[in-house]
Structures are given as structure tokens and as C-alpha cells.
Design a protein around this ligand. Structure first.
Ligand SMILES: [Zn+2]
Length: 313
């Protein structure tokens, strides 16, 4: 089974326009460096991102089918307390994700994106979990809280009680005003939280990103309840010489174990640099002499996620 554990819907009104205009400058720079192009931020938004608007996720299902991906975990990001509320507020966005997942039952798995400091957040998440069937939390601490701050404890307690994972952003963040706080997304701080809550499973999104991957892997090595996802690694895969990418993959498998590593995209932006099918093939049809067992690849592509998400075969 192939599971993408990290994807966002492209829906109008879910991200504050002011933030998007700043962030696009980072995303278009990455896009241009990957493709050796010189697309302007405006053209990037209008011509490259806009065609992907897909409020019902019907195109996502088509893309998954073509790439051989069985299931995808989807979630929003709760930026509201930092940037101001998007036209569709955070609670309504979670409902939207739950509804879209229901439309594609069995294919899409919705997580609740929440800023733990939000008034009414616990009550909202209780409803989202019990009534809407949402199956995990998503935290982006870069909006301004530390992962080991007591404001987060209720999330970790509920994740343990409900036996659902917490996806946490680890790594960099784009331009914005006000700025996302990079230091809040360091794996070390989430590791402290994970050490304190051994009954809750943490997925470190982006495996700490290119700056902090060793720190993320260090947490996965030490803590039984810490996992990493490989989203955002499409760019190193595209830009590095292939032996370098596969040696890196070999190293993290040797250090943490394939049973701690999950395939992921963080679509849409990384998919613009490396399409979903190509990213799957990077694991299934490896252009390298560096060896991986079938068991390791099966775990990375879906086995690890299947266990953490509690999915049947
Ligand atoms: Zn993401």
C-alpha cells in the first residue's frame, strides 16, 4: 500500500491573501531554481498554481490513481492567530477537509489543523474527532508557540487518549509579515514534547528539512513515538546527483529504521518540482547501486504509515 501522509487542498479562501503574496516569493524562487526558469511571482500564482484549484479533491484522486497512491492524508494549516483569519476560518477549514475526505471515503484521511491557543479549540477538535471522523492533529508551531509549551499539552493528551498521531511542521518557512518563527519548528523542541508524551505518536514533517534532518533523525532514533515524513525532499532528489540522494536515504534508514520513515509530498508546491508519480518512482524504480530491501521500501511507501494510522490491509 502506498500512502502519502502529507498533502494540502488548493481551495480559494483557505489562506490569507497577504500571507500568500509574501510566501509565493519563496515558492517561486524554489520553482525557478529547480527548473532553471525565471517565472515571476504573479505568473507563478496565476498560471502555475491557479489551475490546481480543486475544492472537491477530484483531481487529487485522479493524480493518486495515475501514480499508484492508495491513500493520502490531508490537512489545512492554522495560520489564523498570526496572519488574521482567512475568509474560511480555521474551524470551517477542518470541516471542509472532513467533508472532502468523506466524498472520497477510504482514499483521503483528514487531520485537524489547529493552533492549540485558539479559544474553543478543544471543543472543536472533540467534535471533529468524534463526529466528523478526523484522524490526527496538525500543528505548525511557527505561528508563535513553543512545542513544549503547556498550551500544547491538551493536544498531546488527546492524541494519546484517542490514539491518533500528531503531524508537526519541522523545518524552514517562507517570507511573511509578520514572520513565522523558525525556531519554533526545530525538531529538538518537538522531541522534548514527544519525550514527555510517550503515548502520543509524533510525525516530524519534512524530516526536519535540509537544515535539521539530523536533529529529526536523532529524535526518531531516541524516541519510539517519533516518526519522520519525506515531504519537501523532492527538491534535493531533483537537484542532487542521484547517488547522493540515495546515500542520504540509506543513511537515515540505517540510523532510524524504515519503520520510522513515511513517504509524503506536502503537495502542491513540491509536486510542481517533482510530480507525484515521479516521486513514487524514486522509491519503486531506483536509479542507483545503493541497495534497499523490498521490505524497507514497502515500509517507507506505506507500511510505517499504515501502522501509525491504524489502517487495515
Ligand atoms: Zn505541509
Amino acid at each position: 500500500m502506498i500512502i502519502d501522509v502529507h498533502r494540502h487542498l488548493i481551495v480559494k479562501g483557505t489562506v490569507q491573501g497577504h500571507y500568500i503574496r509574501g510566501a509565493q516569493k519563496s515558492f517561486v524562487m524554489m520553482y525557478n531554481k529547480t527548473h532553471n526558469t525565471n517565472v515571476s511571482p504573479q505568473d507563478f500564482t496565476e498560471k502555475i498554481v491557479r489551475p490546481w484549484i480543486d475544492p472537491n479533491a477530484d483531481n487529487i484522486i485522479e493524480e493518486m490513481d495515475a501514480a499508484g497512491v492508495d491513500k493520502t492524508v490531508i490537512f489545512a494549516v492554522d495560520y489564523g492567530l498570526l496572519f488574521g483569519e482567512a475568509p474560511i476560518n480555521a474551524f470551517d477549514q477542518n470541516k471542509l477537509y472532513a467533508d472532502v475526505a468523506k466524498r472520497h471515503e477510504g482514499r483521503l484521511i483528514p487531520f485537524m489543523a489547529i493552533d492549540p491557543r485558539r479559544p474553543g479549540a478543544l471543543k472543536h477538535c472533540e467534535q471533529a474527532y468524534h463526529e466528523w471522523g478526523m484522524q490526527g492533529f496538525k500543528l505548525h508551531a511557527g505561528v508563535g508557540y513553543m512545542p513544549d509549551d503547556p498550551c500544547c499539552y491538551w493536544v498531546y493528551e488527546k492524541a494519546a487518549e484517542w490514539n491518533i498521531p500528531i503531524m508537526v511542521h519541522t523545518g524552514g518557512a517562507p517570507n511573511s509579515t509578520p514572520a513565522l518563527r523558525w525556531e519554533c519548528s526545530r525538531p529538538a523542541y518537538f522531541a522534548t514534547a514527544a519525550a514527555r508524551y510517550p503515548e502520543a505518536d509524533f510525525i516530524f514533517a519534512h524530516c526536519g528539512d535540509i537544515g535539521w534532518w539530523r536533529e529529526a533523525i536523532q529524535a526518531a532514533v531516541w524516541l519510539p513515538n517519533v516518526y519522520v515524513d519525506l515531504s519537501l525532499w523532492q527538491k534535493p532528489y531533483k537537484k542532487w546527483p542521484k547517488p547522493r540522494f540515495y546515500q542520504w536515504l540509506r543513511d537515515i534508514v540505517d540510523l532510524a529504521g524504515a519503520d520510522k520513515i513515511m513517504f509524503a509530498t506536502d503537495a502542491l508546491y513540491p509536486n510542481l518540482m517533482c510530480p507525484l508519480a515521479e516521486w513514487v518512482q524514486a522509491f519503486q524504480n531506483r536509479d542507483t547501486d545503493i541497495e534497499f530491501t523490498d521490505e524497507e521500501i514497502d515500509l517507507i511507501l506505506g507500511g510505517t504509515a499504515q501502522k501509525v494510522l491504524g489502517l487495515e490491509d
